[in-house]
Design a protein around this ligand. Structure first.
Ligand SMILES: Cc1cc2nc3c(=O)[nH]c(=O)nc-3n(C[C@H](O)[C@H](O)[C@H](O)COP(=O)(O)OP(=O)(O)OC[C@H]3O[C@@H](n4cnc5c(N)ncnc54)[C@H](O)[C@@H]3O)c2cc1C
Length: 418
């Protein structure tokens, strides 16, 4: 089923009776060439690119809940390529390029909106750090413009520029940054993978990983055992738990990140804005809701709900930056489980000492924008057994050797500081 303007018109005039389900509801076969554990953004894009780029279609994606029910459908949808360090820089640059062609690629409206991202800075030191980041972005081939206070005021006149405690000195403007519709990204990849023959199996929790003589043989699930030549663990906040099924511990801690959305308002915020002094970021959805979030709840947990002190902290930051939002009513808030690494950068690698087992995790709170490139690179790794060139530095052993640690924030090796 192809989507087009003509098709929408035809269906509209004929009672919308011709639409088909976006993917087959598959039941597990006894064996596959490859199994992907986790039907989030990264798992689905991995399956899609395995089929599309490598012609491997005898694959199952096993999802314990429903497709897109994890963090891929719970985030604040910011898409950007504004990383500083080699390793991250080229990876996120590649990802943004994939985003820019994603709707045509998937024939699916993922509502990718390049409305521009402005990271505000509030001191000379922060300005210098953002100037360096901007230069790194430009060197990587991405876009960055350093704005002074007047420049920011032109884009974001509604901010509180007279704030004595956190004055706005300027901002780093990334015009190609923006947002996308999170569920649609999961659905688009699911549809594309299913069309190419991938089995998407929902309500199928992996409960064990079978390994014999150091070689992966398959998985045990709530729908019975399934054999596979290769298995990819792509379960975001549950990475530690699933890796433990293979007897491995990961340098990952799970922490909660909350987000909030207000009632629908007329268009008022037409960029993505982040507040450098309070860890607050905001955009407005196409439905009109203000979508915003802040810091992690600073303790490890697998509960996908957050606590009130962080709610208060985020609201304070929002009110400090743009008091005008104080009148908007919060409709709902939610929390997701983040797979935090000690350096804040991800892992796409083979699992040490177990042939045929691969891991894609450590997306911290920034893995939505990584969905296309993560799938691309994980598929490359699983198909060829070699890392893709833009994910070469995402090695697991950097945490053992200390070589190639990518502490993007410069905050030190602690999971909850990134
Ligand atoms: C509030 C919030 C705001 C965020 N904002 C942004 C943002 O603005 N920009 C950005 O880039 N990133 C953001 N993120 C981060 C981003 O959402 C995540 O990094 C990313 O979605 C994680 O990858 P995923 O989509 O594959 O995860 P998920 O969607 O969580 O997928 C993992 C899947 O694995 C399944 N699973 C787990 N265990 C098993 C098992 N045993 N068997 C079978 N299936 C299993 C889960 O059910 C889940 O569906 C945010 C996250 C949150 C929570």
């Amino acid at each position: 089923m192809r989507f087009s303007g003509l098709r929408v018109l035809k269906e509209g005039l004929s009672g919308n009776k011709g639409w088909q389900a976006h993917w087959r509801d598959a039941q597990p076969k006894p064996a596959y060439d490859m199994i992907i554990i986790g039907g989030g953004g990264h798992g689905l894009s991995t399956a899609y690119y395995l089929a599309r780029n490598h012609g491997i279609t005898n694959i199952a994606v096993l999802e314990k809940g429903y497709l897109g029910g994890g963090n891929v459908g719970r985030n604040t949808t910011i898409v950007r390529a504004n990383y500083f360090l080699p390793g991250n820089s080229e990876f996120y640059s590649h990802s943004l390029k994939l985003w820019e062609g994603l709707e045509e690629e998937l024939n699916y409206n993922v509502m990718h909106s390049q409305r521009g991202l402005i990271n505000l800075f509030h001191s000379d030191g922060q300005r210098d750090a953002f100037a360096r980041r901007g230069n790194a972005m430009v060197n990587q081939g991405d876009d960055a413009i350093l704005l002074d206070k007047a420049g920011v005021r032109k884009h974001l006149p509604y901010l509180d520029f007279e704030q004595a405690r956190f004055p706005i000195y300027g901002g780093l403007y990334h015009p190609r940054g923006g947002t996308a519709r999170h569920d649609a990204v999961a659905w688009g990849y699911a549809r594309g993978a299913s069309e190419r023959g991938v089995d998407l199996i929902q309500n199928c929790e992996v409960t064990g990983i079978d390994i014999e003589g150091g070689v992966v043989k398959g998985v045990r699930t709530t729908k019975g055992p399934i054999k596979a030549g290769k298995v990819g663990i792509v379960v975001a906040g549950r990475s530690g738990q699933v890796a433990a099924m293979a007897g491995r511990s990961l340098p990952v801690e799970s922490h909660i990140l909350q987000a909030f959305v207000t009632e629908g308002l007329k268009p008022v915020i037409d960029h993505v804005v982040s507040f450098g002094m309070g860890h607050f970021y905001i955009s407005q959805s196409d439905k009109g809701g203000l979508v915003f979030g802040g810091d992690l709840d600073f303790y490890a947990s697998y509960a996908s709900r957050g606590n009130l002190p962080m709610v208060e902290h985020v609201m304070e930051a929002g009110m400090t930056l743009m008091p005008m939002i104080g009148k908007a009513k919060i409709l709902r808030s939610w929390g997701g489980i983040m797979d935090m690494t000690p350096d804040g950068s991800p892992i796409i690698d083979k699992m040490d000492g177990i042939e045929g087992l691969y891991i894609d995790c450590g997306w911290n709170y920034g893995g939505f924008k990584a969905v296309p490139a993560s799938g691309w690179c994980m598929a490359h790794l699983m198909a060829t057994n070699t890392p893709h060139e833009v994910a070469e530095k995402f090695r697991l052993d950097r945490f053992r050797t200390g070589i190639n640690i990518m502490d993007e924030e410069g905050t030190g090796s602690q999971h909850n500081l990134h």
